[in-house]
Design a protein around this ligand. Sequence first.
Ligand code: THU
Length: 135
Amino acid sequence: MSATGRMIARARAIRAKAWVPYSGFKVGACLRTPEGALFAGCNVENAAYPQSSCAEASAISALIGAGKRRIAEVVVVGGGNGPCTPCGGCRQRLAEFARPDTPVHMADPKGRLLLSTTLGALLPHAFGPMNLEKK
Ligand code: THU
């Protein structure tokens, strides 16, 4: 199985565990580091709605908690009509640890690839650490 195939499998598996009593919309995400380590996360909702976490944010927490610092590939598995693209906030979160050419794949709950693009295409002209550098 390809690295992307394994990532889809991990995202599907963790998606099944999502806590979504409010939206009913389960999402699983899997991140690959340049060394090939995989980190997955699901969305975790909260009765105080803004305190909910997206699947991508959960996966980033796992990656950072394991001492990793770079994201080389992203997979998101969600339901609904069409690809479950990362929300705006998660595009920014991913950009902290990925590059504009980092592949981002969206698959449906059965694991079928719906869209493959890049973080740069999802978040053009991103604000990043370079913006904070002093002149
Ligand atoms: N959600 C994610 O976890 N990731 C995405 O890429 C899109 C949306 C979650 C947030 C919320 O729990 C539910 O999906 C509906 O918006």
